[in-house]
Design a protein around this ligand. Structure first.
Ligand code: ZN
Length: 277
């Protein structure tokens, strides 16, 4: 990868982490991220900084992978010659359609979307991103990494993704930047930049609580998200909607009172109706 592009990928990572923190209602811990973002931005040449500034205003995903000769940002097919230039990594290359900066991913994490039934009513709200088979009423794990593994395994068993190991590894790596655990026993672990598929959410509950990175506090509701690059920044709205709903004690109590996946799913759909349209 071109060193400038590599630099931009890191800058984008921190910018997204910052946006995730804000979406989940965690306004603390931002100072350190801000400082790192400022350093990385300051190291850019003037023209690159100007380009990034313009792109970032439009969408926080300003540097995107090329997947099967398609720009993951806008979905347009790229000429073979351009794909080759991106792969060589000798220069900074932009998508001719959306102008996002392109890179060639080393080994993309692929999403195997479960075929969804075409019959039945149109899906709305949270139903577009999750399913009753992704509800875990009683997590066995008591530590963060095991909880992430347990949920990644669930996503694999139900056919929503393969490579549960890689998913686990990537989600843990994200947690090490800044924990996704927030107040009220909530956590939003996730893996971004998955190749293909749709935004997918699994939900795990723990009555005994999981040590998830909140000092002296245990996490009880874990929302695990697999986010394709093409879903872009929409997942931030999903995090914000879930955080808003479950900040309320009443909502948490209603969900935690469910003991089976079926009831948990129905309650999740009902409770998130106002926050996730
Ligand atoms: Zn594009």
């Amino acid at each position: 990868m071109h060193p400038i592009v590599n630099h931009l990928v890191q800058l984008q990572e921190l910018t997204l982490v910052r946006a995730e923190q804000k979406a989940s209602g965690k306004d603390c811990d931002l100072a350190q991220l801000d400082a790192s973002i400022q350093i990385l931005t300051g190291q850019l040449a003037d023209d690159v900084r100007l380009t990034v500034g313009k792109l970032i205003k439009r969408d926080p995903m300003f540097v995107v992978p090329v997947s099967n000769s398609v720009c993951a940002g806008c979905g347009m097919h790229l000429p073979t010659s351009l794909v080759q230039v991106v792969r060589q990594g000798h220069q900074v290359t932009s998508c001719p359609t959306c102008t996002r900066i392109l890179f060639h991913p080393e080994s993309p994490l692929r999403h195997t979307q479960k075929p969804t039934s075409r019959v039945g009513p149109r899906k709305i709200g949270i139903q577009r991103f999750s399913d009753v088979s992704l509800m875990i009423p009683r997590l066995e794990a008591v530590e963060r990494d095991e909880a992430i593994r347990e949920m990644a395994m669930k996503l694999q068993e139900t056919g929503f993704v393969d490579m549960a190991d890689r998913l686990t590894e990537d989600a843990i790596r994200r947690e090490t930047i800044v924990s996704t655990a927030v107040e009220h026993g909530l956590a939003f672990p996730h893996v971004r930049s998955v190749d293909g598929g749709g935004l997918t959410l699994a939900l795990g509950m723990s009555h005994k609580g999981v040590k998830f990175g909140q000092p002296r506090k245990l996490t009880r509701l874990i929302f695990f998200m697999v986010i394709p690059t093409a879903a872009s920044a929409f997942y931030l709205k999903l995090i914000a909607g879930l955080a808003t709903t479950f900040m309320a004690e009443e909502a948490r109590e209603k969900l935690m009172a469910e003991t089976a996946a079926d009831g948990m799913w129905k309650t999740l759909c009902k409770l998130t109706r106002p926050s996730i349209p």
